[in-house]
Design a protein around this ligand. Sequence first.
Ligand SMILES: Nc1nc2c(c(=O)[nH]1)N[C@H]1C(S)=C(S)[C@@H](COP(=O)(O)OP(=O)(O)OC[C@H]3O[C@@H](n4cnc5c(=O)[nH]c(N)nc54)[C@H](O)[C@@H]3O)O[C@H]1N2
Ligand SMILES: Nc1nc2c(c(=O)[nH]1)N[C@H]1C(S)=C(S)[C@@H](COP(=O)(O)OP(=O)(O)OC[C@H]3O[C@@H](n4cnc5c(=O)[nH]c(N)nc54)[C@H](O)[C@@H]3O)O[C@H]1N2
Ligand code: SF4
Ligand SMILES: [Mo]
Length: 755
Amino acid sequence: MAIEQRKTNCHFCGYLCAFTATVEDGRITAVEPDPTRYPYDPQVLAGCRRWPMNLEVLDGADRVNRPLRRVAGTERGAGAWEEVSWDEALDDIAARLEALRAEHGPGTLASMIGGPHTSFWPLHRFMTLFGSPNNMGIGQICWNPRIWMDVLTFGWTVEADITDETGCVVIWGTNPAESDNSLFWRTLLRIGRSEVPLVVIDPRYTRTAAAADIWLAPRPGTDCALALGMLNVIIAEGLADDAFVGEWCHGFDELAAHVAPWTPEAVAAECGVDADDIRRVARLFAGPYPSALVSGRGIDQVGRSVAPTHRAICCLRAITGNVDRPGACVLAEGSDFTPEVDLELTLEHAGELAARSLNTGVTPLQSYDGYARVAALTERLGRKLPARYLTSAHPDLVLRAMETGEPYPVRALIVEATNPLLTYADTHRVFDALMGLDLIVALDYYLTPTASIADFVLPAAGAMERPTFQAHGGVANIAYGGPAACAPYYERKVDYDVFRELGLRLGQADEWPEETFEDAIAATLAPAGMDWDAYCELGLYHQPPAYAKHLLPGPDGAPQGFATATGRIELASEALDALGGPRLPEPGEPRRLCSDAFVAEREAAGWTHLPLITGARKQPYNASMYFNNEAFRTRHPYPVAEVSEATAAALGLSAGDTVVLATDHGEARFVLATIRMRDGLINADYGWWHPEWAAGAPAFGGMWESNVNCLTSCTVEEGEPMIGTWSYNAVDCMVRADDRPLTWQPGFTPDPAGR
Ligand SMILES: Nc1nc2c(c(=O)[nH]1)N[C@H]1C(S)=C(S)[C@@H](COP(=O)(O)OP(=O)(O)OC[C@H]3O[C@@H](n4cnc5c(=O)[nH]c(N)nc54)[C@H](O)[C@@H]3O)O[C@H]1N2
Ligand SMILES: Nc1nc2c(c(=O)[nH]1)N[C@H]1C(S)=C(S)[C@@H](COP(=O)(O)OP(=O)(O)OC[C@H]3O[C@@H](n4cnc5c(=O)[nH]c(N)nc54)[C@H](O)[C@@H]3O)O[C@H]1N2
Ligand code: SF4
Ligand SMILES: [Mo]
């Protein structure tokens, strides 16, 4: 028997921690953390509850191992599958796609992706060559707002740089205690124990807040106002870095005039925090040392306010001189390796994609035109943004095209590494739209509720069965990952191979030169001077940050400045102005999920109207994943909605009660918990379903019961106007006690009902 030790990686979160796998005759029999490779810290794995799952997931009884095709003549979602060979599946999919393209045009194919569970550029290359701009994703609500606003303001993205020089750390709308639980969280714990002040801005008293010196709990969605208040204090008290502002910032006087009315007192009333706390945090951030700031989902998913909130935070960094400065933040570099945009091939086909793009004229920044204008600026300093994420189609517009056939019919969908029936907004709507399609192809490990309504379920190879490569879309000069430890088990396939083989069947042969994903990664790394063996050995390509790069000489010998229209940091944004957007950050109205009539009707029936936030991260689950882990389920058995003690009392409820939440869009049920958090607000978990139940009709894995996205909505009219961001936070719902038993309760006998 051949026994080997092979380097490989975990992919149960974005860290891609290094492992050594013991491989016996092509089967992995053991995995051990490998602290000699990224992220180099044995403590990370000591604190991680997921990595030991790798072996059981690799050969889990619930994995899909062979391509499945819906039996002809059976209902979508009825659970009648036939196993087919890969050739049969891909031939059939290619033929159906070709026929739909001939009938409706290339835009008829849409795609959906999720978080960074795999490399998505092969799908995007396939979409480009097919001719469709209709790739949907989580961009507008997870990644794009910050990327867009950083790039518009600084010419490129910035990353916090927490070092020994850092004098203050602000953690804004993010809770790494649950969402990261790894290197960054360990860094924060260390800061929390040090003399360096740690500020946490979060309506909930999270474990991150517990580690902080100052906890601000604003009303959800009022963070832009809070940031404007901090700017007001810094400017009014003369705490700005005048030398840096004078030389490198554009529009300071405009900004100063703009924030003048946002006094701490005015902001305190708006945000529901103490005016003196606003002053205190502003003064700390503007102190005579580098200050670092990290933001997250709490301010990313707030609809209309998302862009202005990020812009206000950019201004905070800029006027305090905390830009590209050690201990504050570093302006990332473009990648030495091939950036994702060149792998997608999107720009080579931008003209025809733009002509079919549903975003054109609707979300001016998140569009091919917006991309081109901003790219013209970043390319001055040789940096290339990924295009597919930053032009991704607005789900509301694609769903409309599915529902109405306007402006053209979208009839086919590829779902890769996402479970949109749980994680996209407005589950009822997504379900109805998908049920009406002609073709759905899902690539996943499992028969999820979404996969259950597909025509084809294609079995994806998991992390240790495929090479991994994470490069953050190429917005920084870092890539990490490593090789597969073994060939895919059963008939699973690497995602890359699926799209390549489909592409070859659809006339894309010239555009897929690398036969394997290994070769594709090697080709990607080649321009950086790293070969495949070195990548496998080191697991990382990285260049240490350089700072103050705006001072480097440009082609004419003068400092190169920033890659913006003015060459300076744009406090007043010329780029947004040119796109018809606001020059200066101004908060937008929050998204209401309950109409006045609905509120009145439910209030009359004893319900209470409350502000709602959804989806605050909790270990050990991730979005809709890992609910099939029995040990996790035993310890975290049911979905929770959280309120403060005072709010529970005001509602006449106690911890442990079952509650039902409702909006115009639907209902979802949770077990109430009381935690320390802002009063008059409710937070509901997301992603919950029963993988142990049948995934298809009638109950679809129990996804109708506690699925918070039955409450949400992504309509573009109510979104942020430049990007189209919708809201998962700072929304509202009706709530009341519910005496129906929840299926999560022990001893519940499944009698799963439909919706
Ligand atoms: N209400 C509400 N909704 C939200 C959020 C919220 O906070 N509140 N958060 C949003 C955010 S930020 C995000 S990023 C999304 C996340 O949402 P998603 O990324 O859609 O997360 P999951 O639903 O867990 O879907 C991941 C699926 O991919 C499969 N998978 C994992 N790895 C691979 C792989 O390598 N290849 C393939 N083919 N499949 C794989 C898993 O089995 C699983 O079914 O949810 C968004 N939705
Ligand atoms: N365990 C686990 N980890 C994950 C994921 C997961 O599903 N599970 N998902 C991954 C993904 S896709 C992402 S995008 C990241 C997200 O990671 P984070 O950005 O850290 O997201 P959360 O942990 O939800 O933390 C957001 C915090 O914002 C707060 N908040 C809500 N509304 C507001 C508001 O209006 N203002 C302010 N200031 N705060 C607000 C919430 O109370 C919450 O504590 O996590 C990743 N890690
Ligand atoms: S789940 Fe994330 S932190 Fe844990 S081992 Fe895997 S990659 Fe590392
Ligand atoms: Mo995300």
